[in-house]
Design a protein around this ligand. Structure first.
Ligand code: ZN
Length: 155
């Protein structure tokens, strides 16, 4: 079981974990974080606590440093707004990926695509070439507006 994104808040993460457990006995093998917007990792500590071993958390270097430095203040804002429902401290990614990396989980082979300066500072997208599946993060949305406050979409 590989989870793409770790939910916005801890109660959502707990709901996701329960739904996963209801559908499979497969252990959680890893998490991918596509970009440093807090709605993609605020529930991460719930996943880490349920993992049997040291959970690999994949992200690109820009995502890691953005979360670690909280340079935009997004994380502290969310921790203040959500209190105990937001991971604090946020468990950081511990596996750095970059464009072109390939990661195997059993018979599933992820290829890493990464595009800077879009809806976020960067977007790391796990791709399953054999299945033709792309996890696009917030690069593609359905009937919603992407986050524009960073001003990167005009670049
Ligand atoms: Zn985003």
């Amino acid at each position: 079981m590989v989870v793409i994104e770790a939910q916005w808040v801890l109660p959502e993460a707990q709901n996701a974990i329960e739904a996963i457990r209801a559908s499979t006995d497969s252990p959680l093998a890893a998490i991918f974080i596509t970009h440093p917007h807090s709605d993609h990792f605020g529930g991460i500590n719930a996943f880490v606590e349920t993992a049997e071993n040291n959970l690999p958390i994949y992200a690109c270097y820009l995502t890691l440093t953005s979360i670690r430095n909280d340079s935009e203040g997004f994380i502290s804002q969310r921790q203040e707004a959500f209190g105990d429902d937001f991971s604090n401290p946020v468990t950081l990614p511990n596996q750095i990926v970059e464009y072109g990396d390939e990661i195997e989980f059993g018979e599933v082979n992820f290829r890493i695509l990464e595009f800077p300066h879009n809806e976020s500072l960067t977007m790391t997208m796990p791709y399953l070439p054999e299945q033709g599946v792309l996890f696009s993060g917030d690069l593609v949305g359905n009937q919603r507006t992407p986050v524009l406050r960073e001003g990167l979409t005009a670049l």
